[in-house]
Design a protein around this ligand. Sequence first.
Ligand code: TRP
Length: 332
Amino acid sequence: MSIKLSLTGIKPTGAPHLGNYLGAIKPALALANNYSANYFIADYHALNSVRDPQVLRAQTYEVAATWIACGLDPDKVLFYRQSDVPETFELTTILMAFTSKGLMNRAHAYKAVVQDNAGKNQDPDFGVNMGLYTYPVLMAADILLFDADVVPVGKDQKQHVEMTADIAQSINACYGKQMFTIPEAIINESTQLVQGLDGRKMSKSYDNTIPMFVSEKQFRKTIMRIVTNSQGVDEPKEPEGCNVFSLYRLFATDEQQAALAARYRAGGMGWGDAKQELFELMNGFISPMRAVYDELMADKNRINLILEAGAEKARALASKKIVFLRKNIGIS
Ligand code: TRP
């Protein structure tokens, strides 16, 4: 049996933060050790919301450089831009013919906008473009084009992968043969565990994120903004439930955790000191990655070459799949 494929798309909608790294990037890269892997930048998905060409281009480079800096090896992982694989859009057209409108009506992301509009007494489809409405079909094309077996995603994307499986199943049933592999979502539970600066889940929408690849100075400044209680330097402190400590725990060895917990409980350590410890630990971890990131961002041509090489390999596979599909559906 051939090795199974893990595939995921990364929407270029803002510089990735530590929560993205621990919740999505790291687990996806770990999967690439046991699966063959296609990880791509879903730039046409971003077009639904990002309308400034310079911003879209810049964010595409940022996510590409981030994934490579975090350890994606382009020799091991097929890494490409969605837009560089036009077979995706032909497959989208094929899938459209098999996707009921009702299925799209049930998509959470679309329903949320409709509900929001209802609350504001607006037309239910206010602000809904067909890109948003048919978002799950484009995503299904991304997945089915390569016959992905598993799709590592956040909880919010689970429904989209289930819809992909639905669409694939109805096409397989229609033609009475295995036209597509039925994919399965792998949910990154750990995303929930990464706390932001204020102790809530780290998320761009809460404005509490720790960006990964800012300057060391800016990184330290961000760490110093972590919310703590108002206990003075001398007071003994409780590590459990402390925002600084819970972030420390994500990077520290057991010994390091025990040592810092002891300093908390002994008193005499101020919050500034605790944050400095956290900064040094995280910075030690991030520095080598930051160096790679900065190097790539200073030489975007290297990023282009990596993505173009990925696209070339991806297209070779994709065009074979399209030939197979056309033949089986009676087009050509
Ligand atoms: N919709 C995903 C997100 O918002 C990105 C994405 C696009 C994707 N195509 C995909 C994820 C295919 C997995 C598989 O995060």
